[in-house]
Unconditional design. Structure first.
Ligand SMILES: Nc1ncnc2c1ncn2[C@@H]1O[C@H](COP(=O)(O)OP(=O)(O)O)[C@@H](O)[C@H]1O
Ligand SMILES: Nc1ccn([C@@H]2O[C@H](COP(=O)(O)OP(=O)(O)O)[C@@H](O)[C@H]2O)c(=O)n1
Length: 217
């Protein structure tokens, strides 16, 4: 049985950072499911598929030509031969990802692709519905949170470090809107699985978060 550890939670809680560290420490594979929704949004934008065209969006999701290439500083995301690692991290792409992610046919189109990442010796799965829908049998499930203020502060620092523009008030507003959309949608809403451990990282360092999750494994 492949071991799966699911890390779900809202934007900026520290999921991506934690998952990379866990994957490295445990020697497990990594699934960044949010990247698949971001790629669907970016591809739809490139192909002029409107965000209310459910069938069109599902076709885009089903036909994503994507490669996750491990590099020294994380993972390079290649879409149809083009490096879109930075492009998919833009705030507007995150917002559009949240729109396409509310569409059940898109979620259906991505489900098997996500499950395919579960290979020996194990998988760290990062997202919103990893513990509730995609890997409900996972033995270790974490729901990572932090206050909206702290998450916006972290995102501003992250974007600035990547040389991108970042306005705190705008980012806080975007984070709160995306939280609301993700929590209130009918399809796979953002919520802790019943058997998830809820971890609030607001006043924890990255190392403290990592230690607490390692202790659960
Ligand atoms: N516990 C923490 N304390 C302070 N900063 C953190 C913590 N966890 C993550 N960060 C930083 O916050 C930013 C957002 O983290 P990220 O892992 O991308 O969040 P998510 O994947 O949940 O959106 C990153 O720059 C990361 O280094
Ligand atoms: N398993 C997942 C992962 C992401 N998503 C959607 O994709 C968007 C972008 O996810 P992400 O994990 O890349 O976002 P951040 O937490 O990095 O801001 C989220 O706001 C969700 O709407 C989802 O619906 N289900």
């Amino acid at each position: 049985m492949v071991k799966v550890i699911t890390i779900d939670g809202p934007s900026g809680a520290g999921k991506g950072t934690l998952c990379q560290l866990l994957a490295k420490q445990l020697g497990y594979h990594l699934l960044d499911s949010g990247a698949l929704y971001r790629l669907t949004a970016l591809s739809a934008e490139k192909q002029d598929v409107p965000f209310d065209d459910t069938e069109g969006l599902a076709r885009v999701a089903a036909s994503l030509d994507v490669e996750f290439r491990p590099v020294e500083k994380g993972v390079q995301v290649i879409l149809a031969g083009e490096d879109v690692s930075s492009a998919i991290r833009q705030e507007h792409v995150g917002m559009n990802a949240s729109k396409v992610a509310a569409c059940q046919p898109v979620r259906d189109a991505l489900l098997q692709r996500q499950r395919g990442f579960a290979e020996a010796p194990g998988l760290i799965a990062d997202g919103r519905d990893m513990g509730t829908v995609v890997f409900p049998e996972a033995k270790v499930k974490v729901f990572l949170t932090a206050s909206a203020d702290e998450r916006a502060r972290r995102r501003v620092m992250q974007l600035e470090q990547a040389g991108l523009d970042a306005d705190y008030a705008q980012i806080l507003q975007d984070i709160e809107l995306r939280d609301k959309q993700d929590r209130e949608r009918k399809s796979s809403p953002l919520k802790p699985a019943e058997d998830a451990v809820v971890l609030d990282s607001t006043s924890l360092t990255i190392q403290q978060v990592l230690d607490r999750v390692i202790a659960l494994t």
